[in-house]
Design a protein around this ligand. Structure first.
Ligand code: ATR
Length: 284
């Protein structure tokens, strides 16, 4: 890669950042597309607002933002995309006049993953397991995109009720919060696993052990990608039903950010090549 005085700079803000795969994904895309951009990481421990302001003064084109700054960064922005503002979490900053505009490309990644899998949001009922940050963003985009129906189950019910109330007050859509992952009479839903249960090395764990939950679902989506096939996904494989892991979502959130920073469209061949390289890099 030829870095010069004209090279566009982007990077990841978070703490910690050193284990991130974002530099690999973005720098691979730049190389393949011949775009003069370099992507690094910035560990920001304390003063997030100073970091964002400093980034702007230094001419940095954009940032991704990760834990623990996805919520607080909103206070440091010139503008916020509507849906990202409603969710209350931003993972991508794009340079605009007077500061950065914040987006949530995690949800764009999720929607593109569903699209790739041929899952039409409007035509399906979704059953979300978990009620953390990822579940909130996913429930929002599903409600916003007019999913047929949305159910949510979480170990701590109050957190699911909080998401329910929030979505209802912003979008007027009432998601169903349930006490158990098995709901009598409910069938043919897309089951979405958003908890950290099953993440390597605890690969045999599942957030739901009631087999009836899997029997009633039509397919499963797990946001975990390590292991490549989680115990949750194996439940679907056992029944000959499709399931999808979170690797495409990870890649597509990066693709969406890359497109915003560069005003370009990353073609599907480059996406596929980057996906294969990422999978290899992760040893999956
Ligand atoms: P993220 O931002 O990645 O979604 P998070 O906000 O910490 O992470 O949320 C983690 C989710 O995983 C929560 O829904 C959590 O359930 P609680 O709200 O009851 O804590 C869920 N989770 C984590 N460990 C779990 C476990 N062992 N069993 C069931 N759910 C679990």
């Amino acid at each position: 890669m030829d870095i010069s005085g004209k090279t566009k700079i982007c990077g990841l803000i978070g703490n910690p950042v050193e284990h991130s795969f974002s530099p690999f994904i973005h720098n691979t895309m730049s190389e393949k597309l011949g775009i003069d951009m370099v992507y690094g990481t910035f560990c920001v421990k304390d003063d997030l607002e100073a970091a964002v302001k400093g980034g702007y003064e230094l001419g940095i084109q954009g940032f991704n933002v990760t834990v623990p700054h996805k919520q607080n960064v909103i206070n440091a922005l010139a503008k916020v995309d509507d849906i990202a503002g409603m969710i209350g979490a931003v993972n991508t900053l794009v340079r605009v006049d007077g500061g950065y505009k914040g987006y949530n490309t995690d949800i764009i990644g999720f929607v593109r993953e569903l699209d790739d899998a041929g899952i039409d949001i409007c035509a399906n009922t979704f059953f979300i397991i978990g009620a953390g940050g990822a579940a909130r963003a996913i429930a929002y985009i599903l409600a916003y995109s007019k999913a047929k129906d949305i159910y949510m189950y979480n170990r701590t019910k109050e957190k699911a009720l909080d998401i329910q109330e929030h979505i209802y007050s912003n979008l007027g859509v009432k998601i169903h919060v349930v006490d158990t992952p098995y709901v009598e009479g409910l069938t043919d839903y897309v089951a979405v696993q958003t908890t950290s249960v099953g993440l390597s090395p605890k690969v045999d764990e599942m957030p739901v052990t009631d087999e009836r939950f899997y029997d009633a679902a039509k397919c499963g989506v797990d946001i975990i990608y390590n292991p490549f096939e989680t115990a949750f996904m194996k439940q679907f494989a056992k029944q000959g039903k499709p399931s999808y892991n979170g690797l495409a979502m990870l890649l597509y959130q990066a693709v969406a950010a890359y497109e915003l920073w560069n005003g370009c469209e990353v073609d599907s061949v480059v996406v596929k090549e980057t996906y294969d390289l990422l999978r290899k890099k992760l040893g999956l």
